[in-house]
Design a protein around this ligand. Sequence first.
Ligand code: F0G
Length: 454
Amino acid sequence: MPPLNSSDPGGPKADFCFRCIACGKLSEQAGQDFRCASCGDLLEITYPGWKTTRPDAANLKSAWRQRRLSNSAVDLSGVWRFRDLLPVLGDDDHVITLREGNTPLYEMPQRARLTGVPRLFAKHQGMNPTSSFKDTGMTVAATFARRAGFRWVACASTGNTSASMAAYAARGGMRSLVLVPEGKISWSKLSQALDYGAVTCQLRTDFDGCLRLLQQLVLHAPVYQLNSINPFRLEGQKTLALELIEQLDWQAPDHIIVPGGNLGNSSAIGKALLEMRDLGLISRLPRLSVIQAEGANALVRTLREEGGKRLVSVQAETRATAIRIGNPASWKKAAHVIAATGGACEQVSEVEIAQAKAEIGAEGMGCEPASAVTLAGLKKLVARNFVKPDEAVVLVLTGNLLKDPDYTIEFHRGEMFKGVSEAGAALDSLRRPPIVLDATLDAVIRTLDQAEKS
Ligand code: F0G
């Protein structure tokens, strides 16, 4: 089996090593399952060299800005532009990139007014090449997979990881194997994996079942695991925080709010924030809060019922299929960064998610249901006075509106939440059902008049 560490035989020594998040053991190699050889817990990537030769914050900021003027692929990537804080590659030509990252930070004037938080922004990761945040991690992990000599990469997925992995594998000349829960991922995501050439298996189980199987598979077959258990993924996903705070001219916001599923993304963003503080790139830490769907609230329950000490698994059920996960792999990492940044963990109902999604759409941005938990969660955090009106808040929108058109159409046609009492006038006022008309000028003008009055 090829080694997974970064140093090529005879090449430069790796600048990073793996550290177990539980026992702290350091190692230069990681096995196929990316788990600690001593205690079996997850690994993270760490950079021992930063202790002796700490990168200079001002130099980093200026280099990152300078690279925006360049036309080389690694500089055009919104991930590799920040390569000084990523595992060293040695040879930039080997990067597998689709020019990921570089996503917009939007103001949300309407929601700012309605939520009472005037400085409200959305970092739209749905504007990545395969339309979700997964690309920022995939470019790094797929690059290291190819570098380690793997022909096959594989993942379990609720849809977005598989779409992203299939694209990067195809770009990098590797084969990809996708394990998804049958009937529980959106057609858009499934169609992406197919078109990018993945071998796609729809398994009769849920995401948690797919992930369990993948973890067995990587111990029996020479396939490289590209789930967020893979710490290279999280290094790439860290760059969201770098890019976001650079967009705010290095003035960190007070709060960053992310959806929580398998909890890799929150862990990655939190890791980035802590590293940025330690390197002097920011002078104070934003609070990182994680929002889950009520029906997939493993982290919420883990923190409330077990004080973050033991995972409370749940049987996940939510229409936000991207986060339909009951046994999140990175729960310890996420619990750590929430505590370290003083963040919160909240849950939101299906109706609250649908309302928030339609509101984000009405702002001219749109997102997939899982991303909308951030706005729904913000409302709860404001009501709880955890987020104060004078604070700057960034919602991380993880996936594009077009990732789940069935959900959106069902919502607007009024087919969602039939007979659910919680779904009242607030939802009705957001619905914009399509109107079927005779093709006459008169009919269209009448419709326009009615719309103007309503
Ligand atoms: N938002 C979207 C759109 C997602 O696709 C996911 C996860 C999340 C949020 C949650 O991120 O798992 O890092 O906490 N999707 C994975 C997948 C599980 O397979 O596509 P997380």
